[in-house]
Write a protein that binds this ligand. Structure first.
Ligand SMILES: [Zn+2]
Ligand SMILES: [Zn+2]
Length: 535
């Protein structure tokens, strides 16, 4: 979830505060944010949160953690524009201090002097951080690739990395994401020829979906549209919002008269339009998912429409994405979703050769790979070993692990509390892990509810116990129902008057006996919730 705390004496700064979307086993959890127990315990020392860029996995937790930890947030203009939108929705704008810093500038926070070094990535206004501390410079790359021909704005500032490298860098923290890819990640411009060819030859409407934060991609599609004589329309809330923010801040150039309003799309000549839609990961309720099943107010997919998925298929989303694309194929659309016949998407993360270049330029004393699964960290460490430019140690650090740099070395300290907090986005409430385990249990084995009516005065059963179940057995399991009823009856009959008067005892006895019986008969372990009605 990309959150790192840096502490010198009594001054802590936090780098990024991301969130992630839950795996499907986390039933009913809308998002996952970092556990900030350590920061709360050291609340009086936390000076700021400094952001590298505006992707969800770097800013998404702010709307939740700023409630608990009200500290100033530093970031570049576009990054803060995205943050501002999120915290406004969360009602935290008034209480939050946002400090805008231009890429290339320096700021001072407590004992730290921080330079925001421009880097290239799949969104705009991204920076690496060079943090000067009393014992040396720490460089955190944020997410990056080295794009020598960026679509707009500053390029990757190789010179500044080299300058710090020459001066001497204590530790480098660098993005591992694409360490499994040899070579160099192509420039963002690499997508132009193929997308332009598809747009030029498209017999009808073009619907292109990319991440709404991919402002460069959106810019290039707008430029392509104007070259092939088409206009553009934007659909999907995140797409419309991000385009508006980027346009207001002049990060997007849209020629006058270029935009078709969404309500005019249906009536517009299909040979003259490119529709930019969000929902490339087939998120439920997203525009593209709804377009695919003809459930969108303004856009439908018809025979010979061209659909271009200009984004990565994030592992875990394959099923949903291909189900969505199947709907497009069923409607006889022309669907393009990979680079097999020409590049329609490039990654925003550095491949091996770029990672090597950064290591060469920075020549750190210590190297800590970050941002990735353990295998990525491991392979990035191996890459650094090959280069032989790290004079001290290469450290593999996992969540919560704590490392201390001193003038004469580095050592591992006791870990701090770290982990995940599960959030229900509707109520903004935290969901306990135990609740999720219970939901998982329910989803696997269902629930069985024995209902017993007992006379309050006599302690006698008023009627036969009833067995209600959900997600456990079908009606024709009547043998099992009869058996379960017998078990409940026997449990009650075997209990003495005192036990029968104490409902928590009798409930527990029924639960234990029924559990044993059902497990023996079916080898399943449904949740058993005895209910006693007082009559
Ligand atoms: Zn990113
Ligand atoms: Zn990231």
């Amino acid at each position: 979830m990309n959150m790192m705390a840096l502490r010198y004496g009594d001054d802590i700064i936090v780098i990024d505060a991301g969130m992630m979307f839950p795996e499907s086993e986390l039933l009913g959890v809308d998002l996952v944010i970092p556990d900030i127990t350590y920061l709360k315990q050291n609340r009086q020392h936390v000076r700021a949160i400094v952001l590298t860029h505006g992707h969800e996995d770097h800013i998404g937790a702010l709307a939740y953690i700023l409630r608990d930890l009200n500290v100033p947030v530093y970031g570049t203009r576009f990054t803060l524009a995205l943050v501002r939108k999120r915290i406004t929705e969360a009602g935290l704008l008034e209480s939050t201090t946002l400090r805008e810093v231009m890429a290339g500038r320096r700021i001072e926070i407590g004992p730290y002097e921080i330079e925001m070094i421009p880097v290239t990535h799949s969104t705009i206004d991204c920076v690496a951080l060079a943090i000067r501390t009393p014992i040396g410079v720490i460089i955190h790359t944020g997410d990056f690739k080295i794009d020598h021909t960026p679509v707009g704005g500053a390029g990757f500032d190789i010179h500044t990395f080299a300058r710090y490298g020459n001066e001497g860098v204590l530790a480098l923290f660098s993005d591992t994401t694409n360490v499994e890819r040899p070579g160099i990640t192509p420039s963002e411009r690499a997508v132009v020829p193929r997308i332009e060819e598809l747009a030029r030859s498209a017999p009808r409407r073009v619907i292109l979906s990319c991440f709404a934060s991919s402002i460069h991609r959106i810019q290039q599609v707008i430029d392509i549209a104007s070259r092939v004589g088409r206009k553009v329309a934007f659909v999907g809330r995140s797409m419309v919002d991000n385009v508006e923010i980027a346009h207001d801040l002049e990060y997007l150039r849209i020629p006058d008269g270029m935009v078709v309003r969404s309500q005019d799309i249906r009536a517009f000549d299909p040979r003259k339009i490119i529709i930019l839609a969000s929902g490339s990961q087939a998120e439920p309720m997203s525009s593209l998912s709804r377009i695919a099943v003809d459930n969108h107010r303004f856009v439908s997919v018809d025979e010979n429409d061209t659909v271009i998925l200009s984004s990565r298929i994030i592992p875990g989303n394959e099923k949903a994405i291909f189900r969505m694309l199947d709907h497009m194929f069923r409607r006889r659309a022309l669907v393009y979703y990979d680079n097999s016949a020409g590049v329609i998407h490039v990654s925003g993360h550095a491949s091996q050769e770029e990672q090597k270049l950064v290591l060469q330029l920075v020549k750190p004393k210590y190297f800590v790979p970050v941002h990735g699964e353990y295998r990525h960290l491991f392979r990035h460490a191996a890459l650094a070993h090959q280069l032989n430019v790290v004079s001290g140690e290469i450290l593999l650090v996992e969540n919560g692990q704590n490392i201390e740099f001193t003038e004469d070395g580095v050592r591992r300290r006791d870990p701090v509390t770290a982990g995940r907090v599960l959030v229900d986005s509707g109520s903004l409430e935290e969901i306990e892990e135990a609740v999720v385990r219970e939901r998982k249990h329910l989803s696997e084995d269902g629930v069985v509810v024995p209902i017993i009516a007992i006379d309050k005065h006599t302690g006698k059963l008023e009627s036969q116990p009833e067995i209600v179940s959900r997600g456990f057995m079908s009606d024709d399991d009547s043998d099992l129902v009869v058996g379960a009823r017998d078990i409940v009856l026997r449990t009650i009959n075997d209990s003495n008057a005192e036990e029968r008067a104490d409902w928590s005892v009798i409930k527990e006895k029924i639960r234990v006996d029924l559990k044993r019986y059902i497990n023996k008969q079916t080898s399943k372990r449904p949740l058993i919730l005895p209910v006693i009605l007082e009559v």
